[in-house]
Write a protein that binds this ligand. Structure first.
Ligand code: VGL
Ligand code: ZN
Length: 198
């Protein structure tokens, strides 16, 4: 199924690393079960993409201190990823190349944003770089990865979900699995390292 060989990566491909930030890792304020396991796998993808001179985009959840999604403000999440704090920093072990384009999302107090395309310049940055295929991994399967994939497909990008480099919050058991099924139903393809590393 949907296996790509390493040689099948091509100009127009980009790696999109979503929200691999301390607060989403074990010990963080919104810890994703086994969220840390995506880091070494993403590092392998990062090596493959950079070796082929393909661009890397990294998103970060970047909330103001009193963000509406926080329980303290009536939202559903514990306070997390407050801009400029340690919890909002990328995982220390994540080896992002210096050329990584960083996109901050959900930066206004009164609006949340799970999709990396929502009120960001993601689409224009991708268009400027002539990107047509997105390889998406990171956190969280059932929020940022799902909503980013939905919008990307809607906008006409081809999407490959890196199923070995995503993890779900699973507020309700099965949310992550359902998110993967929805992404497939919408037209995303699932691949793993073997699929790009040949
Ligand atoms: C996210 C929960 C809360 C995400 C952001 O980016 O997946 N999840 N805020
Ligand atoms: Zn958030």
């Amino acid at each position: 199924m949907n296996l790509l060989k390493r040689n099948d990566l091509q100009p127009g491909d980009a790696l999109l690393v979503t929200d691999v930030q301390n607060d989403f890792l074990p010990g963080g304020s919104l810890a994703v079960p086994r969220g840390d396991e995506v880091v070494p796998v993403l590092n392998r993808y990062l090596k493959i993409f950079t070796a082929r001179n393909l661009p890397v985009f990294a998103t970060r959840d970047w909330h103001p201190e009193h963000h509406c999604s926080f329980r303290t403000q009536g939202g559903i999440w514990p306070p997390h990823c407050v801009a400029g704090t340690r919890g909002a920093e990328f995982a220390a072990a994540l080896q992002l190349p210096p050329s990584t384009v960083i996109i901050s999302k959900a930066i206004t107090v009164e609006q949340d944003a799970y999709s990396s395309f929502l009120r960001t310049d993601m689409d224009s940055r991708l268009r400027a770089a002539n990107i047509s295929r997105l390889f998406i991994g990171g956190l969280t399967t059932d929020y940022c990865v799902l909503n980013t994939t939905r919008d990307a497909l809607q906008l006409g990008y081809q999407v490959f979900v890196l199923t070995d480099a995503i993890r779900a919050v699973d507020v309700r058991p099965g949310d992550g699995q359902r998110a993967v099924e929805e992404m497939i139903a919408l037209g995303a393809q699932c691949i793993t390292l073997q699929g790009v590393a040949g």
